[in-house]
Each structure stands twice: as C-alpha cells, then as structure tokens.
Design a protein around this ligand. Structure first.
Ligand code: SAM
Length: 348
C-alpha cells in the first residue's frame, strides 16, 4: 500500500473537515452510500447491459486516476458517506483496484464493497481482502454453462464459480446478483435458487431495467412477485421473509430457504420502487456525480478537482446536486428516464 494514502485534498487534511450532521438531499433523505464506477470497460457483453450500438467496445479508459478517485471519495466521506461500493464496467479491469481499495477503506472504517462479474476474482480475492475490502457482490445470471454463455457472450461459468469460492475462502462477505429477463433466463431462476440452497449463499434477483440501447422491452420484464412465485413453486416450499433491519440489505427483500443458510432476495426497482428510502449517490469513472440512477444531469467534479478547488467548493457542488435529487425515478410517473448513460457507465 503506498504511504501517500489517505491523500490530502489540495493539501487540506480531509479528516479535519468531517461534518457531524451528515449529508441530506433536498427531501431530507440521509445520503450515506456512494457507488463509484471505477471504469467503463468490461470483459463481458451481457445482453441486458451491452449497448446495441457497440459503444461498449469503445468504452473510454477511466478518466479518474486512482489518486483523483480516492480524493473525490474523501470529499464524500467527510460529508457523511459511510459505505462505498466499487463497480463499473468491470472493476477488476483496473490493475490498481487493490490500491484504490486501500485508499478508501480507512475512510469508511472498512465498509468498502465490490460489484463484479467475478471472471478475474479467483486470483484477486485475497489481495483485495488484504487491501481492506469487506464484501463482494458477484453478478451471476445463470447457473448452467450454456445459459451463462448466451447471456454474457463468454464460456466463463466455471471461472466465475471459482471466483465466488475464492471470495468466500478469503472471508469476504459474498452475495450473488442475477438480473432476470423473460425469454432469456427465467429458466435459470430455479437453478440459481438451488445453488443458494446447496451453497448456503444469498442470491438476489433483480428486475430488468431500461436504459438507452439495451434493448428494453416490456416483453422481457419479469416482476419480482413472479420471480418469487417461480422459486416457491419450483422448490415446493413457502418462503419466510426476513425483517428489514436498517438499510443493510439496501432495497432487497430477503427470504430464508428452508433447511439451509441460503437465501433468495428480490430487488423490485420497477414494480415496487424504493425511492423514498434512497440513501445513495453515484460517481462515474469520468468523475461525474449522478444524484439518481435514472435522472438528474451529471455534475462534473473532476475538473474542479484538477483545478485545485477547495474542499468547501467541492462539498458545495455535491450538496447543490443533492438538493435537486429526484423524489422518485421518472418511470414511476410514466415518464421516460434520463437514458443518457448506460448501466456500464453509471455502475448499476
Ligand atoms: N461488471 C460488474 C458486474 O457485472 O457486476 C459491475 C457493473 S454492472 C453494470 C453492476 C450491476 O448492474 C450488476 O449487478 C448488473 O447485473 C446490473 N445491471 C446492469 N444492467 C442492468 C439492467 N438493465 N437491469 C438491471 N440490472 C442491471
């Protein structure tokens, strides 16, 4: 780990500026969770994420250097962010990810998590843990080899399973995420639920979300209620819902699987949104703040950072952007969302 972390922001020690009141948006929602996309580049081409235009192949290398990234995160943590998730693109495409984790981890008392496709996880899980990572969500949309390849464009299921095993062996809190698309992988719901049951792991099924160029169609949408019915009927069991304790599980509803440590969860972004409980803000690899996944114009933080803006000025920009954070995503009002950014750019 380089000795220069944590970085002073333009020579001001960030810890001195840490605020007690925390960060609130214009509606009084406490903002404590930052998702940072560390790169737009990805080694898989998932059907639900890949832009039809082929733009993913031309994804820009990350604009933010690791020092800039850590500096930007420090501004957020001083304002009240308590948990950071690194995402992408594919975060493991960055060779300096361990150094980034090491720079951020002390800022949030170790609450740094990663969302990854798991393809390169097996050989990096221990190093990431040693750098201060505490948890990993692995995207796994299929439990069968052929289905995995159809969805991701790569014959990589065994590599991802090895990555999951390595993450668990390294002591990282490990969960699986599966996006469900009707006509693509609804036949994988049961195999994934069985995997959760036999492996004693948590699998969370995510409703497919629309954005520019990902081929969104109502026909492919499968609501969380139907996903849960598929699990109940397929396993021949009722599911006991876990009580919600704080925001630890984020927006997921979690259900125990009988006779196992395993759990299934659903994230119902569209059928029963959770905007009123939203505690998150996003930073892209271009150094832009996104107050809402589907709305709010991005606010550039990178240029001010490079122009030696003071900590107060950066904090002002963030606070201003959050006063305008949408009360709910536009689809709830029947409006088209801001589709300017793909999920691979914003980080999901
Ligand atoms: N490459 C990493 C991965 O595969 O997890 C991180 C980036 S990916 C954009 C982050 C999350 O967004 C993943 O859990 C992915 O499944 C989810 N995601 C991407 N496109 C989505 C869509 N159209 N609807 C719902 N979830 C989506």
């Amino acid at each position: 780990m380089p000795s220069s972390f944590p970085m002073p922001i333009n020579n001001q020690p960030p810890r001195m500026l840490r605020l007690k009141d925390g960060l609130k948006d214009g509606l009084g929602r406490a903002i404590t969770y930052l998702r940072v996309s560390v790169t737009e580049q990805c080694n898989l081409a998932c059907v639900y994420c890949k832009p039809r235009t082929g733009a993913l192949e031309r994804a820009e290398p990350p604009a933010m250097s690791r020092n800039e990234l850590v500096q930007a995160v420090q501004v957020f943590t001083c304002l009240g962010i308590r948990k950071v998730r690194l995402t992408g693109g594919e975060p493991l495409m960055r060779r300096d990810l361990e150094t980034i984790v090491a720079g951020i981890s002390p800022e949030v008392e170790g609450r740094v998590h990663l969302t990854t496709n798991g393809f390169h996880l097996a050989r990096r899980a221990r190093g990431l843990r040693d750098a201060g990572l505490s948890g990993v969500n692995v995207s796994l949309d299929a439990a069968e080899r052929g289905a995995f390849e159809r969805l991701t464009g790569k014959d990589g299921l065994s590599r991802v399973l090895a990555g999951i095993e390595a993450a668990r062996a390294a002591g990282l809190k490990t969960k699986l995420n599966a996006v469900v698309l009707r006509g693509w992988n609804e036949d994988q719901i049961l195999p994934l639920a069985r995997l959760a049951q036999t492996e004693g792991i948590q699998v969370r099924f995510i409703e497919f979300m629309p954005y520019q160029g990902n081929g969104w169609g109502k026909d492919q949408f499968m609501p969380a209620s139907e996903i849960l019915d598929t699990v109940r009927e397929g396993l021949g069991t009722s599911l006991e819902e876990e009580p919600v304790v704080g925001l630890e599980e984020g927006p997921a509803r979690i259900f125990r699987l009988p006779g196992s440590e395993g759990k299934v969860g659903v994230i119902s972004t569209l059928s029963a949104d959770f905007c009123d409980r939203c505690n998150r803000v996003r930073l892209t690899s271009r150094g832009e703040l996104k107050a809402c996944l589907f709305g709010n114009k991005p606010v550039d933080l990178l240029e001010p950072l490079r122009n030696h803006a003071s900590h107060e000025d950066l904090a002002r920009l963030i606070r201003q952007a959050l006063t305008e954070k949408l009360d709910c995503h536009p689809m709830r009002r029947g409006q088209n969302p801001d589709l300017a950014n793909g999920m691979w750019q914003v980080g999901g």
